[in-house]
Design a binder for this molecule. Structure first.
Ligand SMILES: [Zn+2]
Ligand SMILES: [Zn+2]
Length: 275
């Protein structure tokens, strides 16, 4: 049974700095390593250790967790940034033995279609295992489901109930799918005390050069309008999965201050949550 969740990365799939970006967000982070951020990953800590998501920074993220032996890996979905570290467990690198890989059956199919990841299973680096335990429950959410499905994870601890929702397309689709009117109603129905929530973009026109609809996530601006100011009894809401362009990377930005003043939080690497 896990006692704690450690946030091992707060950035969107590609991290910060992001390849090819010559804006201030990434030129700054290339010059000052203190500004660089790893993609979203959770460390699960107890008598044994696990990871949720396997990013390309998995080595650093396991180190941040204290370099323990990892016995299981959970995947929310199979977009590259969430699974590209799998190869690091293979023969050319760590060569792990039978780490439990817990993902949905559609993600299993997707992994098995990929010649490189398939080898990790054939060689026994990973073994597929159940996608639900007494304490960790996946909840399906709509998120560009062409090749596989996407899940949030609900962690049922003795002290805290934590929802991890790094990627979803829109509140409209998600709320319709789970059957609630607004995000807080959904979080309350689960008895959440902490929500680690998709905060990819601050605003819907943040990706000036790209069509936003190609990368759908509800902007934090919209989420704040839906949840308002934190009231007694509300869970902590911690925004994660920040795109390199997101002003929430800067604690002195107006946007960051607005969010904090409403009573919410921005995730930081190394943050710990008791279960
Ligand atoms: Zn993502
Ligand atoms: Zn950038």
């Amino acid at each position: 049974m896990y006692k704690q969740i450690v946030l091992l990365g707060n950035a969107q799939d590609a991290g910060r700095p992001q390849i090819g970006c010559n804006q201030k967000c990434c030129t700054d982070a290339r010059l000052d390593l203190n500004l660089s951020r790893m993609p979203v990953c959770l460390g699960l800590k107890g008598e044994s250790f696990g990871l949720v998501e396997v990013t390309r920074r998995v080595g650093n993220q396991i180190f941040l967790l204290g370099n323990p032996e990892i016995s299981e890996v959970w995947l929310s979905h199979a977009h590259l940034g969430h699974i590209e570290g799998l190869g690091q467990f293979g023969k050319e690198a760590f060569n792990s033995k039978n780490i439990k890989l817990r993902c949905s059956s559609l993600v299993v199919d997707y992994v098995m279609k990929h010649p490189i990841w398939k080898k990790l299973i054939e060689r026994g680096n990973f073994t597929f295992d159940k996608f639900q335990t007494d304490r960790i429950v996946p909840i399906e959410v709509p998120h560009r489901a062409q090749d596989f499905d996407t899940h949030a994870f609900y962690f049922k601890g003795e002290n805290n109930k934590i929802l991890f929702l790094p990627d979803h397309d829109s509140w409209e689709k998600t709320l319709d799918f789970v059957g609630y009117e607004n995000p807080m109603e959904w979080f309350n129905s689960l008895g959440c005390t902490v929500v680690l929530l998709d905060g990819t973009f601050w605003h819907s026109d943040e990706l000036k050069g790209r069509v936003q609809s190609n990368v759908p996530h509800p902007p934090v601006r919209e989420t704040l309008d839906l949840i308002g100011k934190r009231r007694e009894g509300n869970p902590r809401i911690v925004f994660i999965h920040l795109n390199h362009t997101n002003p929430l990377h800067y604690p002195d930005s107006e946007e960051y201050l607005e969010l904090i003043n409403l009573g919410w939080e921005v995730g930081e690497e190394g943050m710990e949550f008791n279960l």
